[in-house]
Design a binder for this molecule. Structure first.
Ligand code: ADP
Length: 190
């Protein structure tokens, strides 16, 4: 199954994407993780994106599209997390999946209000110390989500493929809601 998970920073998207991928034995394809690995390894891509990442800005579309294309061509089943974040990325994703003949089976939107999301991100900042969890970078990332990623959400909503799930509850509760949503989509497509 090919699943796309969308939602703001702090909605629990990464946590849930990992759990869904593990329970279905499919890959967790997370662009943020791919970039953090490139930065940790000090690759040319990693060095290029580091200042952008640390500010909480978005990496240019062309770099992200090249990065994800190579990965999605190799995977049959996955939970895609962190891409697409802009309309050009969404268009590129649609085109590449059509080209390789492997469309998405489900699009999940994990919802959380800004105050809940911000609270979770500040808590994570204290626990993990991620470079882009400074108060300024958190504000910037949520601003960019509303400005550039919400139009992507609306695009999938208009296509009728999007299922919204409330992400404000506890981890296990949200996971059950996502599994229910996926089961409903699976039942419809059979
Ligand atoms: P979060 O969703 O909490 O911001 P991610 O780990 O998904 O965390 O992404 C961290 C950072 O990686 C982003 O702020 C951005 O700099 C970069 N990034 C990840 N995915 C993309 C993407 N699809 N387009 C542009 N930049 C991206």
């Amino acid at each position: 199954m090919r699943i796309l998970i969308l939602g703001p920073q702090g909605s629990g998207k990464g946590t849930q994407a990992k759990r869904i991928a593990a329970s279905r034995r499919i890959a967790h394809v997370a662009t943020g993780d791919m970039l953090r690995e490139a930065m940790a390894a000090g690759t040319p891509l990693g060095r290029q994106v580091k200042p952008i990442y640390d500010r909480g800005d978005l990496v240019p579309d062309d770099l992200m599209i090249d990065l994800i294309r190579e990965r999605l061509e190799r995977e049959d089943g996955y939970v895609l997390d962190g891409f697409p974040r802009t309309l050009p990325q969404a268009e590129a994703l649609d085109a590449m999946l059509a080209e390789i003949g492997k469309p998405l089976d489900a699009v999940i939107l994990l919802q959380a209000a800004d105050d809940v999301a911000t609270g979770r991100l500040h808590a994570r900042a204290a626990a993990e110390g991620r470079a882009d969890d400074s108060p300024e970078a958190i504000r910037n990332r949520l601003r960019l989500y509303h400005e550039l990623t919400e139009p992507v959400v609306e695009r999938y909503r208009a296509e009728g493929t999007l299922v919204a799930v409330d992400g404000e509850g506890g981890v296990a509760h949200v996971e059950t809601d996502i599994e229910d949503a996926l089961a409903a989509v699976g039942a419809r497509s059979r």
